[in-house]
Design a protein around this ligand. Structure first.
Ligand code: NZQ
Ligand code: ZN
Length: 381
């Protein structure tokens, strides 16, 4: 089948050490800027100081305290400031949570209703305050895509929206800011980027001579980084993770081809109920989803086996190789390894998937609630 797609990625990328200073190319002295960050890691690694130095002479204020899996309740406090202070530029400094949270802020800042409307699908984003991003954790690709995932703590919901208005105008990717990341976050970044690539590649065959090669390059790169995990504090290792995670979800490899995303939809519910990190949720769901869908995905699993892992004619071995990859960087594939997980997983997750309309997911819309239940039961080893 021939390819048909619309693709636009308007985010300017400033990559490399020292690039934080480039933010001023996108700002002017008339802007009223809100710098938004998370729990304070940027104050321990020099990033806050670099941002402050770059913004000397600009009109800026700050909002800190965006938590991992950004909360609607916290974000709304920043929306009040944006509206009261007439903020006209938001600068996100952090990982996916801060950047996603800021995508909510820039849409909510120009919206009269309850901006949860964007998350529950009752409204679409029609305009947004300009946003810039300084990435401190390579994982989600949020720095140059239009997606945002926001959680409502009061109802254990984690929902997403996507809009062309949500792309950051620019993103600074300076790998030297990764030096303070702990192993858990580095491993999360590697796993998240790997699963993002799979969601757009491990589906059904396509006719493009480019897409699969591009995706396989990303997957092989991440396998190489996992194999050289001992070098994770080297600048070149960090630089490569930042490159790979960015390209895994900047939209190109998924353009015009089948996309899955069922692992993400089930994983989001696990995070909402049990607080497992985003990538941790993916590592427990994806291998079992691949087992359940092994026939349907057989051609791409075989292709991945050959081109990524050097495995021939054994799709179960490919799935085992994926599990070993995650476990090699310390991310378990067993949901029962998380203490917070109770015996109500099915009782909690399945009705929630149903409430969110996730009743026919995956590239062929045939992962029903029954199949999601089977996947979750298999994930509790
Ligand atoms: O809050 P601070 O103090 O900054 O600490 C953070 C946080 O505790 C810390 N951290 C970040 N950079 C650091 C650092 N610690 C030391 N040194 C640094 N340089 O890391 C912790 C986790 O940060 P978080 O932003 O939550 O992680 P991640 O980037 O993995 O983002 C996860 C969120 O993104 C969503 C996830 O669902 C989750 O809510 N996703 C967004 C996507 C998108 N927009 O396209 C796609 C993804 O599939 C994903 O769903
Ligand atoms: Zn993800």
């Amino acid at each position: 089948m021939s390819l048909v797609y619309d693709y636009s990625n308007p985010t300017a990328i400033h990559f490399g050490k020292g690039q934080i200073a480039s933010i001023v190319k996108h700002l002017n002295k008339d802007n009223k800027i809100l710098v938004v960050y998370g729990g304070g890691s940027i104050k321990n690694n020099g990033v806050y100081d670099e941002v402050s130095a770059a913004l000397a002479g600009y009109d800026w204020q700050e909002f800190g305290g965006i938590e991992p899996n950004p909360a609607y309740e916290t974000l709304n406090k920043a929306v009040e400031i944006i509206k009261a202070e007439k903020i006209d530029f938001v600068l996100a400094v952090g990982g996916g949570s801060v950047i996603d949270g800021c995508k909510y802020l820039v849409a909510a800042g120009l919206y009269d209703g309850d901006a949860w409307d964007f998350l529950d699908g009752s409204a679409i984003v029609e305009k947004a305050i300009p946003l810039g991003a300084i990435l401190t954790l390579p994982a989600t690709g949020s720095e140059s895509n239009g997606a945002a995932v926001v959680s409502k703590k009061s109802t254990n919901e984690k929902r997403f929206f996507h809009s062309p208005h949500s792309f950051p105008k620019f993103a600074v990717l300076d790998p030297s800011v990764m030096s303070t990341l702990d192993d858990r976050q580095l491993a999360n970044g590697l796993v998240d980027a790997f699963v993002h690539t799979c969601e757009q590649y491990l589906t059904c065959p396509n006719t493009s001579l480019l897409h699969d090669g591009y995706a396989e390059t990303i997957l092989r790169g991440l396998v190489t980084l996992a194999a050289s995990w001992d070098n994770r504090k080297d600048a070149i290792w960090e630089e490569n993770l930042m490159l790979l995670a960015n390209q895994a979800l900047n939209g190109f490899i998924g353009s015009g081809v089948a996309q899955d995303w069922a692992t993400h939809m089930i994983g989001h519910e696990l995070t909402a109920f049990y607080g497992v990190d985003h990538a941790q949720s993916l590592a427990v769901v994806q291998p079992q989803l691949l087992r359940v869908m092994i026939e349907e995905k057989s051609e791409k699993l075989a292709q991945m086996g050959e081109n990524v892992f050097g495995i021939k004619d054994d799709n179960e071995a490919v799935i085992v190789a994926i599990e070993k990859l995650y476990e090699s960087v310390g991310v378990t594939t067993n949901l029962n390894d998380y203490e917070r997980v109770d015996d109500k997983v099915i009782e909690n997750i399945i009705p929630s998937l149903e409430a969110h309309g996730m009743i026919a997911i995956g590239e062929n819309q045939n992962i029903t609630l029954e199949i999601s239940e089977k996947i979750l039961k298999m994930a509790m080893k």
